[in-house]
Write a protein that binds this ligand. Structure first.
Ligand code: ATR
Length: 268
């Protein structure tokens, strides 16, 4: 019998997750279905309830519901280490004893940067821009990878709160003047509106690497990094595929090959 999975979000029409999971399933010779489901802003919990009743095995959760997933209160939950730290979940497993929650975004980012792009994080000066859900989801895996992290945010109080919780440094964009970093990661949503955080031009250390967690187009941050001395620049497509691979592993017990999937998505 086909095992059913889905991704829940709003908007969801342009999600690449169904395509990615179909490629994984084909690779692994597994019989699964995976659909994209649009939930109304206040309708996340009822969609989850419906999927459980209909026998789905699990689902992914994307914008804006990752925090709602953490707060699902009407059913018994089991939280993974990453969910507890991020206060957000992107992977749900429906089991007979309740809903098991995971967050694979952080591991997805680390795998893309270290394994696919060959940038080792241990001991590196890493600037993480943003203090919203996207930044929170990756902070503890970044720290566990041995990076020396500074969080910068437009609303600096939010950076300070995160920095205290994750025991890393924080600052405003103005305070970055005169500082240099080996790795600069954009976890803000600024690219969505064609903007970028106000970075000083000398921010990239020699050989620096710039990573934007957005994908699908060249963001102003990526263009800025190319123009101001970053040695390598990447979008977040690899992170998307890697977080999906970790979800697939949690659900199916098989770790898919991600490189051919990333390559196929770059061509499509
Ligand atoms: P997400 O879940 O994608 O992280 P979010 O929680 O709304 O979304 O957070 C968006 C982040 O992008 C915030 O850190 C926000 O900065 P503020 O906390 O100061 O609002 C940041 N951001 C959005 N647009 C930005 C811009 N043009 N320049 C700098 N930071 C920006």
């Amino acid at each position: 019998m086909t095992d059913k999975y889905a991704v829940i979000g709003n908007p969801i029409a342009h999600s690449k997750s169904p395509q990615i999971h179909r490629m994984f399933a084909e690779q692994a010779g597994q019989d699964i279905s995976y659909e994209a489901i649009l939930a109304p802003p206040d309708g996340f919990a009822s969609v989850v309830e419906r999927l459980r009743k209909e026998g789905y095995k699990g689902c992914n959760v994307t914008v804006p519901f990752k925090q709602n997933a953490y707060q699902l209160s009407n059913q018994k939950q089991y939280l993974s280490y990453d969910v507890v730290h991020a206060h957000a979940a992107n992977t749900l497993v429906f089991k007979s004893d309740g809903v098991h929650l995971h967050n694979t975004d952080g591991i997805g980012l680390i795998r893309d940067i270290q394994d696919n792009l060959g940038v080792l994080l241990r001991g590196k000066r890493v600037l993480l821009m943003g203090a919203g859900g996207a930044a929170r989801g990756v902070l503890s895996p970044l720290r566990d990878a041995g990076a020396n992290i500074t969080v910068a945010n437009r609303t600096v109080d939010k950076a300070i709160i995160l920095a205290e919780r994750f025991v890393v440094s924080s600052c405003s964009y103005e305070e970055l003047a005169g500082k240099q970093f080996d790795v600069v990661i954009n976890a803000t949503s600024s690219g969505l509106s064609g903007e970028m955080p106000p970075l000083p031009p000398g921010i990239f250390a020699p050989g620096a690497f710039a990573y934007d967690m957005m994908y699908g187009r060249e963001t102003p941050f990526m263009a800025f990094a190319r123009a101001h001395g970053a040695a390598a620049v990447s979008d977040g497509l690899g992170m998307l595929v890697e977080q999906a691979a970790e979800s697939f592993f949690i659900w199916r017990g098989v770790r898919p090959e991600t490189r051919p999937v990333i390559a196929a998505l770059r061509l499509s």
